[in-house]
Design a protein around this ligand. Structure first.
Ligand code: CAA
Length: 258
């Protein structure tokens, strides 16, 4: 399958999706996001893939939703088509681990799709922001909600109301990103993390992701109950038995994703 606006590569258990509209700083037009959604659908069904990386260019992860595409929209155009739900949120619905490797601008929708990933590893040149207010709109792909949960009310208000950019160090300090590395080490660092994740039992990794995400949707008591049920269910897998046996036998485990 060939794509026009993304590059897709895979190596062993890791797939990489690279947003590739350099002239538009990877602005998230609907056609590009339809390609992302299509690839993710295929990767979801591909048993060989254990982790996905979403990345952009050195200059821009993505500079936002495509302003030129949105400019002429009327309410009913975006209400009835709802491209954010159809395409962009395929990232949120993706059930396997997915890491955002962010260098350069991650603004507006770019920041929002990075936040839909399970975690963000950023290059030291990364710049995050929700500048939509400067266009007289606000974040529309979850930014007001996910950013607030990630960094807290005060900083989310600051970023969304002033539209200012936040550099990688501030993003690390505020908990938006998991790690910051020099730009020339970003791809190797993320690939290493992705390979590590892909070497784990896939169903266990998926259940771990699902359970952490429940923390954003529920009370502590309900979340802990959900965790306990899935933890117990893991004892029905061959991989749990293999993982613990391998530890006791002082050898590497061989997971079968069963
Ligand atoms: N949509 C469409 N095109 C964009 C774009 C976007 N979000 N961001 C950049 N581009 C285009 C520019 O129009 C320009 O195209 P032309 O060469 O045809 O003029 C090209 O990319 C390069 O951009 P600049 O010349 O502006 O590059 P720069 O290095 O001077 O500035 C920047 C970089 C600061 C990121 C600047 O491009 C910028 O401010 N971009 C817009 C950022 C923004 O407002 N994002 C939010 C979008 S709205 C949104 O995302 C809503 C939502 O939540 C759903």
């Amino acid at each position: 399958m060939s794509y026009e606006m993304i590059e897709f590569t895979r190596d062993a258990g890791v797939a990489k999706i690279r947003l590739n509209r350099p002239k538009a700083l990877n602005a998230l037009c609907n056609d590009m996001m339809a390609e992302v959604a299509q690839v993710l659908g295929e990767l979801e069904r591909d048993d060989a893939i254990g982790c996905v990386i979403l990345t952009g260019s050195d200059k821009a992860f993505a500079a936002g939703a495509d302003i030129k595409e949105m400019q002429e929209n009327q309410y009913l155009d975006i209400y009835q088509n709802d491209p954010f739900n159809t395409y962009h949120e395929a990232i949120e619905r993706f059930r396997k681990p997915i890491i955002a490797a962010v260098s350069g601008y991650a603004l507006g929708g770019g920041c929002e799709i990075a936040m839909m990933c399970d975690f963000i590893i950023a290059a030291d040149n990364a710049k995050f922001g929700q500048p939509e207010i400067t266009l007289a709109v606000m974040p529309g792909i979850g930014g007001t909600q996910r950013l607030t949960r990630a960094v807290g009310k005060s900083l989310a208000m600051d970023l969304c109301l002033t539209g200012r950019m936040m550099d990688a160090e501030e993003a690390l300090r505020s908990g938006l990103v998991a790690r910051v590395v020099p730009l020339d080490e970003l791809q190797d660092t993320v690939e290493e993390a992705a390979r590590k994740i892909a070497s784990m039992s896939l169903p266990i990794a998926m259940m771990t992701k699902e359970t952490i995400n429940v923390a954003f949707e529920t009370t502590l008591t309900q979340g802990i109950r959900f965790e306990r049920r899935l933890f117990q269910s893991m004892f029905s897998t061959e991989d749990q038995s293999e993982g613990m046996t391998a530890f006791i036998e002082k050898r590497q485990p061989h997971f079968k994703n069963k």
